[in-house]
Design a protein around this ligand. Structure first.
Ligand code: 5GP
Ligand code: ZN
Length: 114
């Protein structure tokens, strides 16, 4: 998608610190980390939010969630744990309209979330 920030990151038009990439998934460090590890994981196909997940594109979601435990293990926070977040829409706090999951780790997170 032409004007999408994360599509531009995926195709290299905007630089990012890439953590992982395959045919379905692109992952990079968040520019404003909220934890010692803060990785943004996105499908390499433009899906604007969780509202747009369906039977045709859900392969991207399973690929993302297959990668999460691998990244956790590779980066060494699988045993301590981590938090995966999706913000959807205005009330969810979504600021970039390309579906993404925040993989955060390296400190303890409170619950209930604010
Ligand atoms: P949202 O608020 O939509 O759930 O998350 C968007 C995330 O993208 C935010 O955590 C924000 O810091 C991150 N972000 C926004 N612009 C950029 C950018 O240009 N590069 C990187 N690496 N992260 C970005
Ligand atoms: Zn996009």
């Amino acid at each position: 998608m032409k004007d999408c920030l994360f599509c531009k990151i995926i195709n290299g038009k905007i630089p990012s610190t890439k953590v992982y990439e395959d045919d379905y998934v692109f992952a990079f460090n968040d520019i404003e980390p909220q934890a010692p590890y803060h990785i943004v994981i996105v499908p390499k196909h433009h899906i604007s939010s969780a509202n747009e997940i369906n039977a045709e594109n859900s392969i991207y979601i399973s690929k993302i969630f297959e990668i999460i435990p691998k990244l956790a293990k590779d980066l060494g926070f699988d045993q301590n744990g981590y938090r995966v977040i999706n913000n959807c829409g205005k009330d969810g706090g979504q600021t970039v309209n390309h579906l993404h999951f925040h993989l955060t780790a390296g400190r303890q997170f409170g619950w209930p979330a604010g």
